[in-house]
Design a protein around this ligand. Structure first.
Ligand code: NAD
Length: 492
């Protein structure tokens, strides 16, 4: 593979080689056909880190052609599941070797605190390759007993070329939740990362190629809506794995349907946390705070609607105000930082617009923070909001929590289920029967009891309603990249 990049020095951190406006196609760097470029901005300072290609339809076509060739003629789909599994386990090892470099790159690109980039983003992304590496050998068909004499069996086969489209908030994790199971199943992949945060996708593809992943098995085209739409519509793409907003997802689902392509759609959320009268209050408040400040609120499963039994309403508001005011906000490179900047100016302005609607009493925050030219917003708690307020019903995607009181279990469940979304929910109670009863009644793809945001490569997640369809993680996540073929041969 040709080494063509000059190392770029990243804000005083160790040198990381970045491709200056190139795409990773067919196992090597390639100049984009599209002439447009996008600046990649450091959200902590507003300064330009580097520029990447704004890929277009011709670039997608080149990547899909390479992926199609790798699928039709290359070794990857023809290997045994065990062999592919071994490759994925090796990729996990390569990520571990480059853990610190990738964590710093992810933190620089997204503005997320380095402690979380290391622990959560790298931890969970590596786990995808480890988990699906282990699962790859379990893919198997079955013999079937049918009425005619003969031998009937099923084969579990890959789908072909997968178009993977990921959002800006967890670039490594949410590309890995697609790439790892897709590769384990024997597919080849074209990945289009988010326009704001493309850096780790490019570096990872390069590292994987160096680690022996055959050419064309994983291709990366940077760009925005144009590249994404071209990928979804390309006739050489057989499956779409998409994570992003409900608005974009609706267009992607429609385009996929037009091409009769299966799609996994991981979309927006407005998840509720319920604190019942019998909850262990200290733990519940801790979950409430983490649920809305984690990743600066740019978390699809953020617990952004807090529903509190009226007996605890004022106590919880007081504790939230205290915690939100003291959570360490600042430079994501500092080890002590818990809340970094928002990932871009447009995200900051969006949060400002929602708070400016004035739909709730500001108990904490409610303003920008002037730190080093970055896109910072103070963790914000809004009390006394009406259930039909926009800030309660719409995804703000920033560190903003709304708090509403309830009197009965039925009312709490009705409020929790009252948005068009259904991604996640949490409930806090010490009543065992209530825990299971309410978990069953909540309209969400995942429910946490006395905890929040516990995610694992083995535990499926995904949405209902406008939060999408299909599941990532677990055996379900692998199934999403397989299809069944039936084979019959007479024996008489
Ligand atoms: P977005 O919808 O703006 O973009 C997502 C991706 O789609 C990007 O790569 C973008 O370039 C691409 N895209 C844009 N227009 C396209 C088109 N017409 N066709 C194909 N691709 C197109 O989302 P975002 O702002 O990057 O991410 C935030 C959103 O993602 C939030 O709504 C959040 O809830 C959601 N999200 C969901 C999950 C989940 O698991 N359900 C996880 C993380 C984020």
């Amino acid at each position: 593979m040709t080494q063509i990049q000059e190392p770029v020095h990243l804000s005083g951190h160790s040198a990381v080689p970045l491709p200056p406006g190139r795409l990773f196609i067919d196992g090597d760097w390639r100049d984009a056909v599209a002439t447009g470029r996008r600046d990649v901005i450091d959200p902590a300072t507003g300064s330009v880190i580097t520029t990447v290609a704004d890929g277009g339809a011709a670039d997608i076509d080149a990547a899909v052609t390479a992926a199609g060739r790798a699928f039709d003629e290359g070794p990857w789909p023809r290997m045994s599941g065990r062999e592919r599994g071994d490759h994925l386990l090796k990729l996990a090892e390569v990520m571990k070797e480059h853990r610190e470099e990738l964590a710093r790159l992810e933190s620089l690109d997204t503005g997320k605190p380095i402690v979380f980039a290391r622990m959560v983003d790298l931890g969970d992304a590596i786990d995808q390759y480890t988990y699906y590496g282990s699962l790859a050998s379990t893919v198997q068909g079955a013999t079937r007993s049918i009425r005619r004499p003969g031998f009937a069996y099923t084969r579990r086969e890959p789908l072909g070329v997968v178009g993977a489209i990921s959002p800006f908030n967890f670039p490594l994790i949410l590309s890995s939740t697609k790439i790892a199971p897709a590769l384990a199943a024997g597919n080849t992949v074209v990945h289009k990362p988010a326009e704001d945060t493309p850096l780790t996708a490019l570096r990872l593809a390069e590292l994987f190629a160096e680690a022996g992943l055959p050419p064309g098995v994983l291709n990366v085209v940077t760009g925005g809506a144009e590249a994404g739409a071209a990928l979804v519509r390309h006739p050489g793409v057989h499956k779409i794995g998409f994570t992003g907003s409900t608005a974009t997802g609706t267009a992607v689902a429609a385009a996929a349907a037009e091409g009769v392509k299966p799609a996994t759609m991981e979309l927006g959320g407005k998840s509720a946390q319920l604190i019942f009268a019998d909850a262990e209050l200290g733990r519940a408040i801790e979950c409430a705070v983490n649920g809305f400040v984690f990743n600066t609120g740019q978390f699809c499963m953020g617990g952004t609607r807090l529903l509190v039994h009226r007996s605890h309403y004022e106590t919880v508001l007081g504790a939230l105000a205290e915690a939100a005011t003291h959570v360490p906000v600042g430079d994501p490179r500092q080890e002590s930082t818990i809340v970094g900047p928002l990932a871009g100016l447009r995200h900051l302005e969006n949060v400002e617009r929602y708070v400016a609607l004035g739909e709730g009493r500001v108990v904490a925050g409610g303003r920008r923070l002037d730190i080093g030219g970055g896109y910072y917003y103070a963790p914000t708690v809004l009390a006394d909001v009406a259930n039909d307020a926009r800030v309660v019903q719409e995804e703000v995607f920033g560190p903003v929590l709304t708090v509403q009181p309830f009197d009965t279990e039925d009312e709490a469940v009705a409020l929790a289920n009252s948005t068009r979304y259904g991604l996640a929910a949490a409930l806090h109670t010490n009543d065992l029967a209530r825990a299971h009863r309410v978990a069953a009644r909540l309209r969400a793809g995942i429910v946490w009891v006395n905890s929040y945001a516990v995610l694992d490569a083995a535990l499926p997640f995904g949405g209902v309603g406008h939060s999408g369809y299909g599941r990532e993680n677990g055996p379900e996540g692998l199934d999403a990249y397989l299809q069944t073929k039936s084979v019959y041969m007479p024996t008489d």
